[in-house]
Design a protein around this ligand. Structure first.
Ligand SMILES: [Zn+2]
Length: 144
């Protein structure tokens, strides 16, 4: 199944999550024309060199490397635990926090700097109007 089909009819859960005209989801980013720094989300001012109005709005990579992680064993009521919270440096720039799926929540099975890929899935929740949402997650790049 394509990524577009996985999220059809669902709304993005966060502002920097977008869908292309063909329905395929992507992570929106900004790249500074002056210094080249890449940021998650759409912005008009560079937080590194403070140049204004010189940001290219780009699609961030769907691949990256695991920078850090923690296995979460306690959370709000109703949130299934354990799960793996990670920080990923995307290839080409941008850093994101998210959850790593398809790996046993055992620190011995998780490697720093392991290649991961971004996947888009139903976030499993609905708002008061009954709208469903999709979110981004990470999986090991060597799976699927
Ligand atoms: Zn800059």
């Amino acid at each position: 199944m394509s990524a577009a089909a996985d999220v059809a009819g669902l709304k993005p859960a966060v502002s920097f999550l977008k869908t292309a005209e063909n329905g395929a989801p992507y992570l929106a980013g900004s790249k500074c024309k002056k210094c080249g720094e890449v940021f998650v989300g759409t912005r008009d001012t560079c937080a590194k060199c403070f140049t204004r109005g010189q940001m290219d709005h780009i699609h961030l990579a769907d691949t990256g490397r695991l920078y850090n992680f923690t296995v979460v064993h306690r959370n709000f009521p109703g949130v299934p635990v354990p799960f793996i919270s990670v920080i990923v440096d995307l290839d080409g720039g941008g850093t994101l926090k998210g959850n790593l799926l398809d790996v046993e929540p055992d620190p011995a099975k998780i490697k720093f700097d392991m290649p991961v890929k971004v996947v888009y899935r139903n976030a499993g929740r609905k708002d008061k109007e009954g709208n469903g949402y999709f979110a981004y997650f990470f999986t090991p790049a060597n799976k699927n």
